[in-house]
Design a protein around this ligand. Structure first.
Ligand code: PEP
Ligand code: MN
Length: 276
């Protein structure tokens, strides 16, 4: 093993074969391409139930929705908290879609883990080692977003915290990094996908919604992510993006999501990947 690498468990040297992560009957990290979709935030019972059915019908494998939102302003909608988690659980019960939702605070880990199938660690918390240690104790998959200014090595060190603590189910998620460019919200670093795959056995997703901040760029970047070898996507979809309480500017309508999903399915055929 390369002794100079700061991360061990996350490295390809430690484990040459790809990590596969089973969530219900989905297995991430294989030739199958999985899409996590749903609104940025759970806003109401109706909104999340309706969104869950819409993304399921379009072919999404997971439902997303934030109950605890890391907003830039304290005056912005902060999420419904446990009420939101309950609505997500109801959406799962109705549609059968496993739920991905963010935890921001060590004090909420137990609560979020009770309702969620997959725990999301957001970009702002990627280097919160206390939170990483806490989720390392769970027997639940963790989607680990790349920090806004994190190098691949720093990102893999964050994954190392979770793996070292005993949780081997880490899914990396590239969501754009800070650069001088301000046409986009972030600069989506698609080279990070083949990059982390050179260094690590962990599955890697792409979030073109936060990665661009503009819904018009989401479909092209989603397709590019599939071409770059991503294991899946995380995409924000809202029933009425112009009325969304968060991230409406980057959210797809149901219709645009459905079109994108059918394009991705066609691409999968050419690339030797599968999507349901
Ligand atoms: C989100 O997924 O809604 C989110 C807040 O993502 P990020 O942590 O990547 O900004
Ligand atoms: Mn969002």
């Amino acid at each position: 093993m390369n002794e100079s690498l700061p991360y061990k468990y996350a490295s390809k040297e430690f484990q040459p074969e790809n990590t596969n992560i089973e969530i219900m009957d989905r297995v991430i990290g294989t030739s199958r391409f999985h899409v996590i979709a749903g609104p940025c935030a759970v806003e109401s019972r109706e909104q999340i139930l309706e969104s869950a059915w819409a993304v399921k019908e379009a072919g999404a494998a997971f439902l997303r929705g934030g109950a605890f939102k890391p907003r830039s302003s304290p005056y912005s909608f902060q999420g419904l908290g446990e009420e939101g988690l309950k609505y997500l659980a109801e959406a799962k019960e109705q549609t059968g879609l496993p739920v991905v939702t963010e935890v921001m605070d060590v004090r909420d880990v137990e609560l979020v883990a009770y309702y969620a199938d997959v725990i999301q660690i957001g970009a702002r918390n990627m280097q919160n080692s206390f939170l990483l240690k806490e989720v390392s104790q769970l027997n639940k998959p963790v989607v680990l977003k790349r920090g806004q200014s994190a190098t691949l090595e720093e990102w893999l060190m964050a994954a190392e915290y979770v793996l070292h603590g005993g949780n081997s189910k880490v899914i990396l998620c590239e969501r754009g990094i800070r650069t001088f460019e301000n046409f986009t919200r972030n600069t989506l670093d698609l080279s990070a996908i083949p990059g982390v795959k050179m260094l690590s056995h962990l599955p890697a997703f792409v979030d073109p919604s936060h990665g661009t901040g503009r819904w018009e760029l989401v479909a092209p970047m989603a397709k590019a992510a599939l071409a770059a070898g991503a294991d899946g996507l995380l995409i924000e979809v809202h029933p009425h993006p112009d009325q969304a309480l968060s991230d409406g500017r980057q959210s797809l309508t149901y219709k645009n999501f459905e079109i994108l999903m059918s394009e991705l399915r066609n691409m999968c055929k050419v690339l030797g990947r599968e999507m349901k």
